[in-house]
Design a binder for this molecule. Structure first.
Ligand code: DGL
Length: 203
């Protein structure tokens, strides 16, 4: 069985790594739409066309299941993909539900990082309205982070400064969990965790 993984760039590798760990015997086809990355700062209709076109190319190569390893692409195109193709399709969703559940005991807030497009789309609003009864979820778009990642910008100082600026208006002691709602962001997990501890030292 060949499982197709699709993302705008290298972010989906963070999901593929998990699949390889759990299902090492399967074959994988990974496609990155590097011509159009980043998606999260572009127009919705353009991104939908890029996704449909890329997935059509993957279908031609022959896949048995598809993982849309991109929150932005999932928000925009997963319904249409499921209408067009009959194979199993798995999408991404920012982990707001488990974060809210885990935070109930702590009384702290949840901060969601995602692309501007993911946070603007009805799918995200529907998700937050469904699971955030206590109004504890705040959302922060990080429009530059996908490009940093694609440029392999992992310099500790540069990234610590970036997160410091983005989080300057937040009192991080109020937050118990940060949700990395874009598959590129786990590459900066230590940085984000450092931010929540006001440390920034371990990006
Ligand atoms: N990895 C994509 C996501 O999960 C990044 C989208 C982009 O290219 O901006 O949203």
């Amino acid at each position: 069985m060949t499982i197709g993984f699709f993302d705008s760039g290298i972010g989906g590798l963070s999901v593929l790594a998990e699949a390889l760990r759990r299902l090492p015997a399967q074959d994988y086809l990974y496609m990155a739409d590097t011509l159009h990355v980043p998606y999260g700062t572009k127009e919705k209709d353009d991104v939908k066309a890029y996704v449909m076109n890329s997935v059509s190319m993957m279908m031609e190569r022959g896949i048995d299941a598809l993982v849309v390893a991109c929150n932005t692409a999932t928000s925009i195109a997963v319904n249409e993909l499921r209408e067009v193709y009959s194979l199993p399709i798995v999408g991404m969703e920012p982990a707001v539900k488990p974060a809210v559940e885990m935070n109930h005991a702590t009384g702290k807030r949840v901060l969601v990082f995602a692309t501007p497009l993911t946070l603007q789309l009805p799918k995200y609003y529907a998700l937050v309205s469904r699971v955030d009864e206590g109004g504890i979820v705040d959302s922060l778009p990080l429009p530059e982070l996908v490009r940093y990642c694609e440029n392999l910008q992992f310099d500790k100082e540069v990234m610590a400064q970036y997160f410091r600026e983005k989080l300057a208006d937040y009192n991080l002691d109020d937050y118990g969990i940060i949700v990395l709602g874009c598959t590129h962001y786990p590459f900066y997990k230590k940085c984000a965790a450092g931010a929540s501890a006001s440390a920034y030292s371990d990006c």
